[in-house]
Write a protein that binds this ligand. Structure first.
Ligand code: PMP
Length: 353
C-alpha cells in the first residue's frame, strides 16, 4: 500500500475472482462460464463494430436497450444495461444503501455483496442460510433494510419461488429488494414480470452465463422507470460510456439468436442432471441446483483435497475456505465430454485413497 492510498479504503478486502489460467490446458469448471462460444451473429457483429473503435459508443445504448426490452416484455425506460451485472449491483449499493438503509444479504451468497457494501461505506448484516442451505425467507420479512438476494443463490444453486420473493417485497414496502438473477435461465423463477407490481423491486441479470458473453462484460437491471432513472444518475456520474461498441454489438447478436441460447441452456440442464447422477453414484452429497453449477461434497475426501487433486489432474473447480462450506466444491457444468472427464477423474482420485 502506498502512503497516498486514502484511509477510507485501507481496510478494504477486495473480491477474489476465480482463477483464470493463461494456458488452455485446464478443463475450466470454476467460474460458471458457458462452455459454448457466443452465437455466430454475436461474433460477426462484434467484429464489424471493431472497425469503428475510434468513436465513442452510444451512451444510451439505444438499439440494444430496445431489443432487450422487447425480449423481456418491458418498456425501454425500465431497463439499464451495464458493464457486467457487477456494475448494476454496485450502482444499487450506491443508490439505495447508506447508514439509514443498511444492506442485508445471506451469509453464504455472492461474495461481491460484502465488498460493494464496504467500498460504499454501507453497514450490512449477513443472514444465515438455514441448516439445509436455503434462504431463510422469514428472516427477511419486515427487516427494513436494502435486501440483496441471489436467486438462484450462489454457490449453493438453490432458488426461491416467486411467491416467496413476493412475501419479502410486500413486507418491506419502504426498502429496495434487489433480486440477482445471474443464473435464472437454468431453471429459476424470474421476477421480471413483477416490476410494475412492486415499486421496490430491482431485478438484475447477466449475459455472462446462459448467453456465453462473460468475456464481453454485459449485464442489466430491470425495474420501474423511477428506479432506472436513479441508476442512470449514478451511471452518468461515473461512466457514461460503460458499454463498449463491440460488446453492444455482440449483445444485439445474442438476442437475435435467442434460439441458440435456449438450446444451450437445455444442454447444460441435461449435463447437470447427468453430473448429479454420476456424483450421487460416487457417494457425493449434492444440493439441488437450478443453475449451471452443482455444489457437492464427499465424505471420502475433504473439499480442499478434492479441489487440489482435480487441479493436479488439469480440472479446475471452485473451492471456498468459509467454514460452513469448506467441505464442498462448486462445479460449473460444461459439455458432456468435460463432465465425463470430471467424473472419471474423481473416480480415480477416490480409488487411490
Ligand atoms: N451475481 C452472481 C450471483 C454471480 O455469481 C455473478 C458472477 N460471478 C455475478 C452476479 C456477476 O456477473 P457478471 O458481472 O459477469 O454479470
Amino acid at each position: 500500500m502506498s502512503r497516498f492510498f486514502s484511509s477510507k479504503y485501507q481496510a478494504l478486502t477486495p473480491y477474489t475472482p476465480g482463477e483464470q489460467p493463461k494456458d488452455l490446458k485446464y478443463i475450466k469448471l470454476n467460474t460458471n462460464e458457458s462452455p459454448f462460444p457466443p452465437s455466430k451473429r454475436a461474433q460477426k457483429l462484434a467484429k464489424d463494430a471493431a472497425k469503428r473503435l475510434e468513436l465513442y459508443p452510444d451512451p444510451e445504448c439505444r438499439e440494444l436497450t430496445k431489443k432487450l426490452a422487447d425480449t423481456l416484455g418491458v418498456q425501454e425506460d425500465e431497463v439499464l444495461l451495464t458493464n457486467g451485472s457487477d456494475e448494476i449491483l454496485n450502482f444499487a449499493f450506491m443508490a439505495y444503501c447508506d447508514s439509514e438503509h443498511p444492506a442485508a444479504f445471506a451469509d453464504i451468497t455472492y461474495g461481491f455483496y460484502s465488498v460493494f457494501a464496504q467500498i460504499n461505506n454501507v453497514p450490512y448484516v449477513e443472514i444465515p442460510l438455514t441448516e439445509d442451505f436455503r434462504i431463510n425467507v422469514n428472516a427477511y420479512l419486515g427487516i427494513g433494510k436494502t435486501i440483496f438476494i441471489a436467486n438462484p443463490n450462489a454457490p449453493t444453486g438453490i432458488s426461491l419461488k416467486k411467491a416467496e420473493i413476493e412475501e419479502i417485497l410486500k413486507s418491506n414496502p419502504d426498502n429496495i429488494v434487489v433480486i440477482d438473477e445471474a443464473y435464472v435461465d437454468f431453471g429459476g423463477d424470474s421476477c421480471v414480470s413483477l416490476i410494475n407490481k412492486y415499486d421496490n423491486l430491482l431485478v438484475t441479470q447477466t449475459f455472462s452465463k446462459s448467453r456465453s458473453m462473460a468475456g464481453a462484460r454485459l449485464g442489466f437491471g430491470v425495474g420501474n422507470k423511477e428506479l432506472i432513472r436513479d441508476l442512470n444518475t449514478i451511471k452518468y456520474s461515473t461512466n457514461p460510456y460503460n458499454i463498449n461498441r463491440m460488446t453492444m454489438a455482440a449483445g444485439l447478436g445474442v438476442l437475435m439468436d435467442n434460439d441458440y441460447t435456449v438450446k444451450n441452456c437445455k444442454t447444460i440442464i441435461e449435463n447437470r442432471e447427468f453430473t448429479r447422477c454420476e456424483l450421487k453414484k460416487l457417494g457425493f452429497t449434492i444440493l439441488p441446483s437450478d443453475t449451471n453449477f452443482v455444489f457437492a461434497k464427499s465424505d471420502k475426501i475433504s473439499g480442499g483435497e478434492l479441489y487440489q487433486k482435480l487441479k493436479e489432474n488439469g480440472i479446475l473447480v471452485r473451492h471456498f475456505d468459509k467454514e460452513r462450506i469448506c467441505e464442498y466444491n462448486r462445479i460449473t457444468i460444461g459439455t458432456k465430454k468435460q463432465m465425463q472427464a470430471l467424473i472419471s477423474c474423481i473416480k480415480s482420485i477416490l480409488e487411490d485413497k
